[in-house]
Design a protein around this ligand. Structure first.
Ligand SMILES: Cc1ncc(COP(=O)(O)O)c(C=O)c1O
Length: 407
């Protein structure tokens, strides 16, 4: 078991308060197959959609890709994906970057030209919680959090109150407002279009730039049954990951004005993100984009099936807010006294002797992330089938029964 996970368990047993983000980060690091019993069990890994592996079409496209040096701006596949994404978002230009973290970081670097410039962002946003404070430590950008509601939005009144005056030398200057869609920490919630519009209106009134961290923007667009363009048209820049539910092995896209993208090319280079023949990755990204709708439909369908299944079997142990499952992330709440999310997740990953006898060669382990002391995050993706979800539900039912009898 990974040391960070152990640490979280030990701290919890000692009664230390573990904040949400501590466990949220821990959930990425787990040994999925070390238990002796059930070493032949089927492992259903629901930790994240980043686990998707490139499919045959992607691998073939990578093999066939005609490439060139992208620092010299001579890679045809990179040109193709950048033009495609710019067009998809109705923006002037786009840039291929190695990761979502780099996409957000170069966006902030390019938007905030003075050290100490400020970005207003949700207190549960990925940019604030899980990107190592890169905007501060690398870019000299000051984060100003506003409280994220459970649905990933925040109060417009609070947003207004956080915008700095421009005539007070004691204070830094607000430059950017960043929103996240879908909202990871809030359980894949989809931002209402009206919220995006309101944020943009207030921000633009104050001369501020609106950035959307759309790592899972295609999930949001699918959930709303709208083209991605409709979700970003009021935004000045957007980042979107190719390597999450879309299934590409590497890469994120950033889009905005030509002037902005030119600045981000310099920022990407200083971070070491200028790549030589990345067209091989763009080729997989183009396949991922062409499969987006099919993938989103699948991922959302099985997420909903899983949530509804848990709602039926959760009893007094696990609860789920089914209508809040709007995309491919499912937040499960451990409600049984004395049971923690770590205990529950640990048990899901094990096979007991009794289980081994009962299910013989049809054993299942489920890997899901303890997200806080009482919350478990499950994420669906294209490498999970309907059958996997049925098996996962059977495993949950078995473990839930065990805990409801034993605690
Ligand atoms: C909302 C959001 N933004 C950004 C990122 C960072 O993406 P990457 O892991 O590619 O750096 C993630 C990763 O999970 C995310 O969920």
């Amino acid at each position: 078991m990974a040391s960070r996970f152990l640490l979280a368990n030990v701290l919890h047993r000692r009664g230390n308060k573990i904040s949400n983000w501590t466990l949220g980060a821990c959930c990425y690091h787990m040994d999925v197959g070390s238990a002796e019993l059930g070493s032949d069990a089927r492992v259903i890994d629901m930790r994240s959609d980043v686990l998707t592996k490139p499919n045959k079409r992607m691998r073939q496209a990578m093999a066939d890709a005609v490439v060139g040096d992208d620092v010299f701006r001579e890679d045809p596949m990179i040109h193709e994906i950048q033009a495609k994404v710019a067009n998809m978002f109705g923006m002037e230009a786009a840039l291929f970057v190695p990761s979502g973290t780099m996409g957000n970081l170069v966006a902030m670097m390019a938007h905030c030209s003075n050290r100490g410039d400020e970005v207003i962002l949700g207190d549960k946003s990925h940019l604030f919680l899980f990107e190592q404070g890169g905007i501060a430590q690398v870019a000299g950008v000051h984060p100003m959090p506003v409280i994220n509601r459970n649905d990933g939005t925040f109060s417009i009144k609070e947003l207004k109150s956080k915008i700095r005056p421009t005539d007070d030398p004691h204070q830094t200057l607000t430059r950017v407002v960043s929103i996240e869609n879908t909202h990871n920490f809030c359980g894949g919630r989809v931002l209402p279009l009206s919220f995006i519009e309101e944020v943009a209106e207030v921000s633009h009134e104050h001369g501020l730039i609106v950035h959307m961290d759309g790592a899972r923007l295609m999930n949001a667009a699918y959930a709303l049954d709208r083209p991605p363009l409709d979700l970003v048209k009021k935004c000045d820049s957007v980042s979107m990951c190719l390597s999450k539910g879309l299934g590409a092995p590497v890469g994120s896209m950033l889009a905005g004005t030509t002037e902005f993208i030119e600045k981000t090319i310099r920022c990407r280079k200083v971070l070491g993100g200028g790549m030589r023949q990345p067209g091989i990755l763009a080729a997989a990204g183009l396949v991922a984009l062409s499969e987006a709708d099919m993938r989103m439909a699948h991922d959302h369908e099985i997420a909903s099936k899983f949530a509804k299944g848990i709602a039926k079997i959760g009893g007094s142990v696990i609860e789920v807010d089914v209508p809040a499952v709007e995309s491919n992330i499912i937040m499960l709440h451990v409600v049984k006294e004395g049971l923690t999310s770590e205990m529950f997740c640990q048990r899901l990953r094990e096979v007991t002797e009794e289980e081994s006898r009962k299910f013989k060669d049809n054993l299942t382990k489920v890997v899901a992330g303890p997200w806080s002391t009482t919350c478990v995050r499950g994420v669906t993706h294209f490498d999970l089938s309907h059958d996997d979800i049925d098996r996962a539900l059977r495993k949950f039912e078995y473990v839930i029964k065990e805990f409801s009898d034993s605690l």
